[in-house]
Design a protein around this ligand. Structure first.
Ligand SMILES: NC(=O)c1ccc[n+]([C@@H]2O[C@H](COP(=O)([O-])OP(=O)(O)OC[C@H]3O[C@@H](n4cnc5c(N)ncnc54)[C@H](O)[C@@H]3O)[C@@H](O)[C@H]2O)c1
Length: 309
C-alpha cells in the first residue's frame, strides 16, 4: 500500500476521485484539485488540502503536480450528452487539462494514473472487449479519452513519464450524482427510495458491466504500485454483463420499494451490450471483490442515510 507520499487527486471532490482521496488520505498527504464543476467540496476527506482550480489553468496546478509522487487524474467533463452539446469545451477540459498535467509532470518525478473510459470502444460487438480492440468512440467524450490515452503513451515513450490509463466501465457507489446525466444505478435508487417507477429505455435486455467504486479504487492503487503497468491501458470492470431489467428488479428488492418498472422508447445512440475482458488487469493481481448485490446494498444504505439525490 502507498504510504507517506504526496498524492494529487484531480476531480477529488467528485464521485470516484473522492473515494480515491479518502482511501489514500489515511497514510499519505493528499491534495485535491477540483473546480467544483460537478463535484462538491464536502465529498473530500477532512485531512486533504483542497485547491479550487481548473485543470485548464496550467499555472494554477503545475507546482503541486510537479512535486507529487502520484497523480490520480479523475477531473473531466464526464457526461456524453454534454460532450455532444459542447465538444470544444469538453476537448479543452479533458484533453488540454490532461496535457497540462503531463507537462507539469515533466518538471517532476510523479506517476500518472488516468481515468479513461469504456467509451473509447464505441459500439463494438466483439464482447468481451479486450484492450487491443481498435478504439472507435461514438461521442466527443470518447474521443477525448482516446486522445488522452495517446498523449499518456507518447509522453511515456518520449520523456519516460510513468503513466497508466484505466478504462472504467460502469462504476457505481455512494456519492455518485443522480442528476440527469448520472449513471443508471443512482437514478434507479433515488427513484426507488421515493417509490417512483423505474423507467427503462427499450426492453431492459441491454447489458452493462457494472463495478463498485471501492474495486475501482483498488485498481487505481494497484496500477500506481505496479511498474509493469506503465505505458499501458487496462480495462476496469467485473467482466460480467448485467441486464438493466435485472438491475431494476434487484434495486426494487433491496430498497423494498413499493413501485413498478415502466418501459419507454429506446434512446437513440444507446449501445446494446457492454462487457470487458479483464484478463490484463487480473495479471497485475486485480480481482473484483464486491459483488453487484453487495455494492448495491452499500449504495442504497448511503442514499438512505444521507438523503442525497
Ligand atoms: N462514473 C463512471 O461510471 C465512469 C466511467 C468511465 C470513466 N469515468 C471517468 O472517471 C472520472 C471521474 O468520474 P466521476 O464519475 O467521478 O465524475 P464526477 O463528475 O463525480 O467527477 C469529476 C470531477 O471533476 C471535476 N472537474 C470537472 N471539470 C474540471 C476542471 N476543468 N478542473 C478541475 N476539476 C474539474 C468536477 O468538479 C468533479 O468533481 C472522469 O474522468 C470520468 O470520465 C467515470
Amino acid at each position: 500500500m502507498i504510504k507517506n507520499k504526496l498524492i494529487v487527486v484531480t476531480g477529488g471532490a467528485g464521485f470516484i476521485g473522492s473515494h480515491i482521496a479518502w482511501k489514500l488520505s489515511r497514510e499519505n498527504d493528499v491534495v485535491i484539485i477540483d473546480n467544483l464543476y460537478t463535484g462538491k467540496r464536502e465529498n473530500s476527506p477532512p485531512g486533504a488540502r483542497f485547491i479550487q482550480a481548473d485543470i485548464r489553468d496550467y499555472r494554477a496546478i503545475a507546482e503541486v503536480i510537479s512535486s507529487a509522487d502520484y497523480v490520480f487524474h479523475e477531473a473531466a467533463v464526464v457526461s456524453v450528452v454534454e460532450s455532444i452539446e459542447k465538444p470544444l469545451f469538453t476537448e479543452e477540459v479533458n484533453v488540454l487539462g490532461t496535457l497540462n498535467i503531463l507537462k507539469a509532470l515533466m518538471e517532476g518525478s510523479g506517476k500518472l494514473i488516468f481515468a479513461s473510459s469504456a467509451a473509447v470502444y464505441g459500439d463494438n460487438p466483439n464482447l468481451p472487449l479486450k484492450e487491443s480492440e481498435k478504439p472507435k468512440p461514438t461521442s466527443p467524450y470518447g474521443v477525448t479519452k482516446v486522445s488522452s490515452e495517446h498523449y499518456l503513451r507518447v509522453f511515456h515513450e518520449l520523456y519516460g513519464i510513468p503513466t497508466v490509463a484505466l478504462r472504467y466501465f460502469n462504476v457505481f457507489g455512494p456519492r455518485q450524482g443522480a442528476n440527469q446525466y448520472a449513471g443508471v444505478i443512482s437514478i434507479f435508487i433515488n427513484r426507488a427510495l421515493r417509490n417512483e417507477p423505474l423507467v427503462i429505455f427499450g426492453d431492459g435486455k441491454q447489458t452493462r458491466d457494472f463495478i463498485y467504486v471501492k474495486d475501482v479504487v483498488r485498481a487505481n492503487i494497484l496500477a500506481a504500485e505496479s511498474r509493469r503497468a506503465e505505458g499501458r491501458v487496462f480495462n476496469v470492470a467485473r467482466g460480467e454483463r448485467t441486464t438493466i431489467l435485472e438491475l431494476a428488479m434487484k434495486i426494487i428488492e433491496i430498497t423494498g420499494a413499493n413501485t413498478s418498472i415502466i418501459f419507454d422508447k429506446p434512446r437513440p445512440g444507446d449501445i446494446k451490450h457492454s462487457q470487458a475482458d479483464i484478463e490484463e488487469i487480473k495479471r497485475l493481481g486485480f480481482k473484483p471483490e464486491w459483488s453487484i448485490e453487495e455494492g448495491l446494498k452499500k449504495t442504497v444504505e448511503w442514499y438512505r442515510k444521507t438523503g442525497k439525490s
